[in-house]
Design a protein around this ligand. Structure first.
Ligand code: ZN
Length: 123
């Protein structure tokens, strides 16, 4: 009732990122879509000689929640687990997740989708 059924349509994708005892919650089209922090992150990435996070990643639930983790700054040297409430992680996110992991300073990023597929970076 009012709650969309699980679907491969990513319009309602939610995410949760666990880092060092903290949980962050993200959604497609969340804060990363318009937040100044996204621009700050692009700038920082350029200064560090990294590619900036892709727009597609930032507008998806995966990028939204990783940006929140980045803003809290508690990822350095840690392992994080990202749960995605969708049956798969799209190619756009997959291609940007390792770069985002490095920007957060995470030693390891594990991503688990709704179907139970597990992706780990670095590979
Ligand atoms: Zn995606």
């Amino acid at each position: 009732m009012g709650i969309p059924a699980a679907t491969t349509d990513d319009a309602f994708t939610l995410s949760r990122l666990d880092i060092d005892g903290h949980s962050f919650f993200g959604i497609n089209g969340g804060v990363a879509n318009s937040d100044d922090a996204a621009r700050t992150l692009q700038k920082l990435a350029a200064e560090l000689g990294h590619k900036g996070p892709t727009f597609q990643l930032l507008r998806h639930a995966e990028g939204d929640v990783l940006l929140q983790g980045f803003n809290r700054g508690n990822g350095q040297g840690k392992s994080a687990t990202l749960y995605v409430d969708n049956l798969f992680v799209c190619q756009g996110c997959k291609s940007g997740l390792n770069n985002m992991r490095r920007l957060l300073g995470l030693e390891k990023l594990t991503v688990i989708d709704r179907a139970g597929n597990v992706l780990v970076w670095p590979r």
